[in-house]
Design a protein around this ligand. Structure first.
Ligand SMILES: NC(=O)C1=CN([C@@H]2O[C@H](COP(=O)(O)OP(=O)(O)OC[C@H]3O[C@@H](n4cnc5c(N)ncnc54)[C@H](O)[C@@H]3O)[C@@H](O)[C@H]2O)C=CC1
Ligand SMILES: NCC(=O)COP(=O)(O)O
Length: 333
């Protein structure tokens, strides 16, 4: 069966970050990087500041697929004031939020097959009243899904990880971890592997929280009191779930071959192995949503913005993965 070309929306992220540059470079390399059609959403000046390629400013996203061959299709969301690369502003933060809202709306309405979000600076958004930990939770709310029922998957060619807790102070993690939260993240992950990647019987490895997974309780009791009961519940439901494993020995090559995704207890436990292995092509995929949402694994990189040093491969990988997930969903429900 041949499907019509999928169109994705791609928000540019903070205008002062590397989002505009990696989106423009992705369009430049669209054939070499096998990138499907997308429409960018964001501040036109942030693109022309760092790129002199052709921009097709559109008023109707339906024109984007045809325009894509000749110029970077853009739905313009102008910032109230120009910002220079590397120098984030309040106006830029508002623009990144407005662009995110429009890009997500295009996916929610079915105009686009999914959304890929460019990097935003969380502290800049918090300063303008954004009251979500990150874009993941914002998109979940817009889709009417409880943030507890989505999973933030970081995916690369040989590893997928999901943190149970995401953007919170490390000292609060032990208090927040609970069997129901671990179970909810695990279910979102397992169903997400089925729905987005076509893995019929996904295998989930669950990390411990303490060194040596608690050493039988001598180095911490979260494994025995919280993680093991969650694993037992998930196994009773029929899922292929194992653990808790000491996190330090979960990510070498032969360990990775034994699972389809690793569920980790906190942000860095999940993101450090992924970025160590796959920083250049890592994708952040939100599971548990009615829409497809992906993002590159990197942030705004203000330190190199405007210097033509930003690597577009993670953005390209995010766009390719979003298209692949959308196709899986279209074909298999
Ligand atoms: N999905 C998102 O919107 C994300 C946003 N962030 C935000 O980004 C801001 C900066 O975070 P950092 O921890 O500094 O991480 P970062 O990923 O922005 O930068 C870390 C280092 O990697 C380099 N780098 C990042 N992406 C690169 C690329 N594509 N090509 C070449 N070099 C690259 C940067 O120059 C920097 O040295 C924070 O405010 C954070 O909230 C961070 C991660 C994801
Ligand atoms: N470190 C990953 C990250 O910050 C992703 O956050 P978001 O996609 O929820 O904005």
């Amino acid at each position: 069966m041949s499907l019509p070309p999928l169109l994705l929306s791609v928000s540019l992220g903070d205008p002062a970050g590397i989002g505009p540059e990696v989106v423009a470079k992705t369009w430049d390399s669209r054939r070499a990087l096998s990138v499907p059609p997308f429409v960018a959403v964001g501040d036109p000046r942030s693109l022309s500041e760092v790129w002199d390629g052709p921009i097709a400013v559109l008023s109707n996203p339906a024109e984007a697929v045809d325009a894509f061959d000749h110029g970077l299709p853009l739905l313009a969301v102008p910032a109230a004031a120009a910002s220079l690369p590397g120098q984030p502003t309040t106006a830029g933060a508002h623009c990144s939020l407005d662009s995110l809202e429009l890009a997500v709306g295009l996916a929610r309405s079915g105009t686009c097959a999914g959304v890929v979000t460019g990097p935003v600076a969380k502290h800049q958004l918090y300063a303008i009243g954004f009251n979500h930990p990150g874009q993941t939770e914002f998109v979940a709310e817009r889709c009417g899904v409880s943030p507890g029922n989505v999973a933030m998957m970081l995916a690369g060619p040989t590893l997928r990880t999901v943190p149970v807790t995401t953007h919170m102070p490390l000292r609060d993690v032990a208090d927040v971890l609970s069997a129901p939260l671990i179970e909810a993240r695990a279910r979102a992950t397992l169903r997400g592997l089925q729905r987005n990647f076509g893995i019929a019987h996904p295998r989930l490895a669950i990390a411990g929280f303490n060194p040596h997974a608690g050493e039988n309780g001598a180095l911490g009791r979260e494994e025995q009191e919280v993680i093991e009961p969650a694993i037992a519940t998930l196994r009773e439901e029929g899922w292929d779930v194992t653990g808790p494993y000491p996190a330090d020995t979960m990510f070498h090559a032969s360990a990775r071959a034994r699972y389809d995704a690793a569920l980790c207890m906190y942000h860095d436990q999940a993101l450090i192995p992924l970025k160590a292995l796959h920083f250049e092509e890592g994708v952040n995929l939100t599971l548990g949503l009615p829409i497809v949402r992906a993002a590159p694994d990197h942030g705004t990189a203000f330190d190199i913005a405007g210097q033509d040093r930003a690597d577009p491969r993670a953005m390209a990988a995010a766009i390719r993965m979003a298209a692949s997930c959308a196709r899986h969903r279209a074909l298999h429900g």
